[in-house]
Write a protein that binds this ligand. Structure first.
Ligand code: MN
Length: 257
């Protein structure tokens, strides 16, 4: 089995090093990761500046681009094989609910999925790397079990996994979850720079709004590992009927078919 590893915290982040160490005896693994922290870069691609690939002393390759850039160039010419699995993380902090839209960790995995490869995004719930060894071991167990049970095949899927920062003995089970939702983000933070100009800092993500049983927020709060299968089709399938009626009402104006 061949695994391509990426992350969004940068190639020097403890999470990607731990993931590499955990998976390197499970499969042939290669790391292609961003040079800098690229959290919240989603699926962004760099189109207007050139990308450079360098190799670090530990063998990791790093790119002056986004997580999606890394996976994209890896799969379109940088590496000369097709990986069986793309694994992203382990992220420094939760990627639950709406986070998945913004997350560079999920974005890297999604890029693998868009290229037709089964892909997993791993995140630790808290931003302190506590019990990272446990999280890496859980990621290893998951990938190993999937490999041994032939669950990694030609059909692509995209999994989002959040692991609580807990010691092994307190870690709960793997729970299949839907995404929860967050409240709106906190207010933008303004400061004055030394030249008296106003700087704006994006505020913190909102607290959980929908953390009902069955959500990733709920499972991880109970000490469990959340696993959510994601899809990329953004069509609002549930409301296509409503929009068909609305489109009919617009037909006279804009000639809707
Ligand atoms: Mn991150």
């Amino acid at each position: 089995m061949k695994i391509l590893i990426c992350n969004d915290d940068g190639y020097q982040a403890p999470g990607v090093v731990a993931l590499y160490e955990a998976l390197k005896d499970v499969a042939d693994v290669e790391v292609v990761a961003p040079e800098q922290n690229n959290s919240a870069k989603s699926n962004a691609l760099t189109l207007h500046t050139p990308l450079y690939v360098q190799r670090a002393a530990n063998g990791f390759r790093y790119v002056n681009g986004t997580p999606a850039d890394c996976v994209h160039i890896a799969l379109t010419g940088l590496i000369d094989y097709r990986p069986d699995l793309v694994v992203s993380g382990i992220n420094n902090g939760a990627n639950m609910g709406d986070d998945t839209i913004y997350s560079g960790t999920v974005g890297a995995a999604m890029e693998g999925y868009l290229f037709g490869i089964p892909s997993i995004a791993f995140s630790q719930v808290e931003r302190n790397w506590h019990h990272l060894d446990v999280a890496a071991n859980k990621a290893r167990e998951m990938v190993l079990q999937m490999s041994q049970q032939n669950l990694i095949g030609q059909t692509p899927w995209l999994l989002n996994v959040n692991i609580p920062n807990l010691p092994l003995l307190e870690m709960g089970h793997l729970k299949l979850c839907r995404l929860g939702r967050r409240h709106s983000a906190e207010a933008v933070i303004t400061q004055q720079n030394p030249r008296g100009e106003t700087m704006y800092w994006i505020g913190a993500a909102g607290q959980a709004k929908d953390d009902a049983e069955g959500t990733d927020f709920h499972a991880t709060a109970q000490g469990h590992i959340s696993m959510t299968p994601l899809q990329v089709d953004l069509t609002d399938h549930n409301h296509l009927g409503y929009w068909a009626q609305t489109a009919a009402k617009l037909a006279a104006v804009v000639g809707v078919d």
